[in-house]
Design a protein around this ligand. Structure first.
Ligand code: ADP
Ligand code: SF4
Length: 692
């Protein structure tokens, strides 16, 4: 198919300072949990985006100097010349596919506790460190010599970036992450010298370094500025009116403006809390203030929306982090007219959790993300089948669907059997819960792919049992039958069932999703799962008019969602909706009309009246079919069965991203040569220093 002319505008080249991007698809800097620990995996990730058609592909933030590190995070480093080869490998890989390579230089200052380098952090004004973990470390105020030093270090880093082959060398003044932002913001800058006070003074260091960077590398490199439009806190922080003045003040100095909004957690909100393009209204009027190209983000996945943003003159370049993670080939698909094949980001921020847990990035929609080099997986290609033996997949949740479409693309004969009338498993159920609508995209992309694969047959309302499977049509059987929420309270806190008196009304998230939630005016939601489900359930029950008590043994609501940057918003929403929150409380027992809670610290017990207790603790695998097949393994030979596998939630319940990954892994490894006990992925080892 050919490109739809409506999207032509997205393929017009554009000058950015001395360089030209081939199109308007711009992968803004984003973290990935690979960083300096896994530089080659990082390089392959970026290479894959370039291959997928992004005109510009940037690194994550790159630390420029040892006096500011954000350990334990592992973002790239460019502290001295020894870091250049690592950065150069990334730029080289991006260039292999004709994209421009961008590097985002960062000096965290107030955000970096310097646990690695043990230097005293520096900031415009002395404050305790503004990290995510309230580290007991303070920064000291920079004096004029410190400022001169920092300018020198920044220039040296820009030169190293150029030497490493980058075409775009960023100044990072956004997201409240780094010294430029701290100097600009009245919230952090209380200086009385020429670097504090008026906007002109607060912007002085940004202007000086812009000029110096352009002098140093501007002959061949574009020098953009990434700036937060507003801190969304009125006159207490950076305001839009100031940003407008700032754009005027810096005039045409930057070669590009990359606008973001407030802190990272605001800019990268999940679909549960913010619509696609929610930042747009804040962009109004900014482009008119500059002749330089403007890039902005909004979790954009629709090429129509992208084209209209460019056409209407709101943006020149469509900035994407998450949409480029979910589908590194988004531009290529628009280009060749395959827009229905775009794997749209669902806005879940599992990718962000890679950074927060310092583990290789994973994506719910794109199981190959982060595995391009480690495992040789590719988001669009998968090797051809290596045998003619058909495969039966049981269960069409995210795991089964991913395996079916990936095996289908390998050209295996695949049969996918699903017990219910609907494909999608947990995704189809959960997307009906408040705020999770976009999760249906996990199903929709895969079902769309299956439609194009004549070698995959799908059977709905086909609950298979062991007798059927042992009748012997399928040499390969894979079980992806999912999981069910536990009803006995076993979870992180309790490894034995919670005491429940007869007659108590107990419910699980499955009851709500099945439409079987027991009647009752007041509901106690016990969250021992700590991810999103209990919060979503509390929200759904409030919408029904129930009074809701949310109880958790943790010290925070939905505590794991700190890793998806949602924790604050979830707590706020529950409070706003009138949910009563009980933190650090254990659920000791449940009775007909009350539950007994105990303080996690003192053990002091108290009764809480409730009609229904909803247990959100953990899920049990639905693996009876698998267990029975294994128990009857002596019948396999007669039935011609060679292998029976189990994967996804049916093996061990986890996130949707885990299930999709497990489905992909089954498909990738089918008929692959056995590797025994070898590590099943490539990794890089630190080079030992000579012993002296
Ligand atoms: P996962 O996240 O591992 O993909 P899900 O729970 O989302 O798991 O999906 C499992 C799917 O398997 C559900 O749609 C369920 O209806 C289906 N299923 C469970 N048991 C059977 C069975 N015996 N035969 C066919 N389908 C089944
Ligand atoms: Fe989008 Fe979720 Fe993938 Fe991140 S993990 S890119 S938010 S689908």
């Amino acid at each position: 198919m050919a490109r739809d002319p409506r999207y032509d505008v997205l393929f017009e080249p554009l000058e950015i300072g001395p360089v030209v991007t081939r199109n308007r698809f711009y992968q803004v800097p984003h973290c990935n949990g690979l960083g300096y620990r896994d530089p080659t995996a990082n390089a392959w990730l970026r290479k894959t985006k370039a291959e997928g058609g992004w005109g510009v592909v940037c690194t994550e933030q790159v630390e420029i100097h040892h006096t500011s590190d954000i350990n334990p995070f592992i973002e790239l480093r460019l502290w001295d010349d020894s870091d250049i080869p690592m950065l150069a490998r990334i730029a080289d890989k991006i260039h292999e596919h004709e994209a421009l390579a961008g590097i985002e230089l960062a000096y965290n200052g107030l955000n970096g506790p310097n646990f690695y380098g043990r230097e005293v952090p520096m900031a415009p004004t002395a404050f305790p460190i503004a990290s995510f973990t309230y580290d007991p470390v303070s920064a000291r105020t920079m004096d004029l010599e410190d400022i001169r030093n920092l300018r020198r270090w920044h220039k040296a880093a820009a030169l190293r970036g150029k030497q490493a082959g980058y075409d775009i060398v960023y100044l990072y003044a956004g997201h409240a992450l780094g010294f430029f932002h701290h100097f600009l913001s009245r919230r952090y800058n209380f200086r009385s010298d020429c670097y504090g006070g008026t906007l002109e003074n607060r912007a002085r260091i940004l202007k000086e370094i812009l000029i110096e960077t352009k002098e140093a590398v501007g002959d061949t490199c574009a020098v953009p500025c990434r700036l937060s439009i507003s801190e969304l806190m009125g006159s207490a922080g950076l305001e839009k009116a100031e940003t407008e003045d700032l754009v005027g003040l810096l005039a045409e100095l930057p070669d590009l403006w990359d606008f973001c909004l407030a802190g990272w957690e605001n800019d990268s909100q999940t679909s549960r809390f913010a619509e696609e393009g929610f930042q747009e209204e804040h962009l109004d009027g900014l482009k008119q203030l500059t002749t330089r190209p403007v890039v902005g983000v909004g979790r954009y996945t629709s090429p129509d929306r992208m084209a209209s943003l460019v056409r209407s003159g709101k943006l020149d370049l469509i900035g994407c982090a998450r949409p480029s993670i979910a589908d590194p080939f988004l531009p290529a698909k628009v280009e060749r007219g395959d827009v229905d094949d775009i794997r749209e980001c669902i806005g879940c921020n599992i990718c962000v959790s890679g950074d927060f847990t310092m583990s290789p990035i994973r994506c719910t929609q794109n199981p190959t993300m982060g595995e391009e080099w480690r495992k040789g997986w590719h988001p669009e290609y998968i090797r051809k089948r290596e045998s003619d033996k058909p495969v039966l997949l049981v269960g069409a949740g995210p795991a089964g669907l991913e395996a079916a479409q990936a095996l289908g693309k390998r050209r295996y004969e695949v049969t996918l059997a699903e017990a219910t009338r609907e494909l999608g498993g947990r995704v189809s159920r959960e997307c009906k819960l408040p705020g999770l609508e976009a999760w249906s995209r996990v199903r929709d992309y895969r079902v769309q792919q299956l439609h194009k694969l004549p070698n995959v047959e799908v059977y709905l309302e086909s609950e298979l049992d062991a007798n059927f499977l042992l009748e012997g049509e399928f040499p390969r059987i894979a079980i992806a039958t999912g999981s069910r929420w536990r009803r006995d309270g076993v979870g992180h806190q309790w490894t034995t069932p919670i005491a429940m008196a007869p007659g108590t009304r107990i419910a699980t998230p499955d009851d709500l999703m099945d439409g079987n939630f027991p009647d009752g005016k007041s509901v106690l939601v016990w969250d021992d799962d700590h991810y999103y489900m209990a919060g979503v359930l509390a929200e759904a029950l409030r919408r029904r008019g129930c009074s809701v008590n949310y109880v958790t043994p943790a010290t925070e609501v939905s505590s794991w969602t700190k890793n998806t940057m949602e924790q604050f918003e979830i707590h706020k929403r529950l409070l706003t909706m009138g949910v009563k929150i009980h933190l650090s409380k254990n659920l000791m027992s449940v009775d007909e009309d009350h539950a007994v809670l105990s303080c996690m610290f003192t053990g002091a017990e108290a009764r809480l009246a409730t009609d229904v207790t909803a247990l959100v603790t953990s899920r049990s695998p639905v693996n009876e079919l698998y267990d029975e097949l294994r128990a009857r393994s002596e019948e396999w030979a007669d039935a011609g069965i060679e292998s029976v596998a189990v994967f996804g939630d049916a093996e061990a319940p986890a996130t949707i991203a885990h299930a999709v990954y497990a489905g992909r892994r089954y498909a990738e490894e089918l008929d692959a040569p056995p590797i025994g006990d070898a590590v099943p992925f490539k990794r890089e080892l630190a080079e030992l220093a000579p012993l002296v």
